[in-house]
Design a protein around this ligand. Structure first.
Ligand code: HEC
Length: 168
């Protein structure tokens, strides 16, 4: 669709007449509209996907996890989970996270030190610990980050988080 528009736009340019600037502007608007609606459909389908995959109880954890994420994590990993250049690794589509979601409970509770490789890029900045976070909160965070932004993982259980962090 977008390519068709570019093509039409170019074709119009070639024809050449006094009316073209207006036409071009209207095509630009049309193009912009199409891009916008494509983006919207993308995020909507990711949302609908979560709603159909998770149970009501899991959705509650997911949405509380989102609040915790905004509060404790998004200033580094960003609201969209994409991280920050080579300083902060992404969580969206991150092999390190998605290969062993439950293990990330330890990283959240006790922090991370030393080099790690995420999607073939090496990061080496300390990630701060959250020693006062409860296992329930960590579970909610894990359910959120492993199912947001198109990530898809089986929700981690509370017992698993308690076992991995060694605390309630
Ligand atoms: C001060 C910035 C900062 C904050 C806040 C932060 N992180 Fe991180 N996070 C990092 C850095 C830096 C790394 C990479 C650590 C390294 O290089 O050893 C990392 C790594 C990770 C990883 C493993 C790597 C990956 O991308 O899969 C996960 C999972 C993670 N963070 C989740 C979280 C969650 C959940 C929170 C909120 C509770 C959080 N982080 C808060 C900076 C931060």
């Amino acid at each position: 669709m977008i390519f068709l528009n570019f093509w039409l736009n170019m074709k119009n340019n070639k024809v050449g007449s006094g009316r073209i600037p207006y036409r071009n502007v209207s095509y630009l608007f049309l193009l912009f509209g199409i891009i916008l609606s494509a983006c919207e459909t993308g995020s909507k389908s990711a949302n609908e996907n979560v709603q159909s995959r998770l149970s009501n109880k899991e959705l509650k954890y997911f949405s509380h996890g989102k609040q915790l994420y905004t509060q404790y994590c998004s200033n580094c990993h960003m609201e969209n989970g994409e991280g920050l250049g080579t300083l902060i690794p992404p969580l969206k589509g991150a092999d390190y996270l998605l290969d062993s979601v439950a293990q990330m409970a330890r990283a959240i509770k006790y922090g991370i030190r030393g080099p790690i490789t995420v999607n073939n890029i090496e990061y080496n900045q300390p990630m701060p610990a959250n020693p006062d976070m409860t296992s329930l909160e960590i579970m909610e965070l894990l359910i959120y980050i492993s199912n947001a932004w198109g990530n898809e993982s089986k929700p981690v259980g509370l017992q698993e988080v308690e076992d991995i962090t060694g605390s309630k």
